[in-house]
Design a protein around this ligand. Sequence first.
Ligand code: PLP
Length: 376
Amino acid sequence: MIYLDHNATTPPAAEVIDAMLPYLREQWGNPSSLHNFGRSVASALDRAREATAALLGAARPSEVIFTSGGTESDNAAIRALAAADPKKRHIVTTAVEHSAVLQSCRALEQAGYTVTFLPVARDGTLSIDAVANAIRPDTACATIMWANNETGVCFPIPAIAELLAARGVPLHVDAVQAAGKIPIDVQRVPIATLAISAHKFHGPKGIGALYVRRGTPFTPFIAGGSQEYGRRAGTEAVPNIVGLGLAATLAKQSLDGCATRVRALRDRLERELLARLPGAHINGAADQRVPNTLNISFPGVDGEGLILGLSERGVCASTGSACRAGSTEPSHVLHAMRLSPAELAGTLRLSLSRYTTETEIDEAIPIIASVVQARR
Ligand code: PLP
């Protein structure tokens, strides 16, 4: 199998699995217990929190809370920021967010909020002026992703965060596809809240984190016990959290490798496919993408057929976001970029990771080229 679908999920690192096992087998105590058996588990949570804070550049580990993943982090943050001031009932977001953000915004619309869904340019980029112009006196918050899951295009979050902070509008950032791929430093970028998910950077599934800057008003999304500084109730998923912590450390260590080696592999894949398949074109601003993602259209080819054809030849890829797999709806991201119906249909998302090898890319290139040609 050649796995080129790392934006859907990544293989857990072997070290991560090894680190998790003792917390399933021996160290299964409750971190809230007062006895030593529980206290030693609480120390493991502390270490994981420090490692996660380090990946994000957070000043204090207590600004990191563990959640069940990117979806919960997005839901929790958007609801908390939207509810902070009852007089403010307007939210700014973009048309290309992940459904965790879009549906949270839609739910708030149902509750009486007004939401501005900012359009993107044909190359998937977002203008800072568009964000500035959307702000109103009653804007409660903005929720804008760092890197797009389908195209890899990065929005200029540092500049957007500065602009919003100057206008007093708290910003939530969905950084699920940015964490581990590009540097994140919340001490330099005035973000209020930021979401990440472990399974996108070689950690386990069902675990994520939410950064909440100190002083940000925050009502818990999940009510109950006082775990996670009273911000997210429920006994912590200790093995998963330990896995997230180590995955965060390994991701931070591999950032340079992602910027150079992974980028070089992605660029080679891109060059070769463009050279072998006339008419193919890249979706998303080439110089503003995370290093691991390639979104490419082959007009006239049916995307789902392409995925199945590739799967038969052992190559795992995607047409868009995994959450939409099985659905025939065109991608809302590519739609917002105004692709033609033929381009929309024949789209492939190829996403790499630090475990992708040169051999895999060398083998994948002729397979992808021949499957596309056969389906044309
Ligand atoms: N946000 C983005 C940009 C994503 O790509 C994903 C996962 O596909 C999520 C949020 C949801 O994360 P999770 O799978 O941890 O719920």
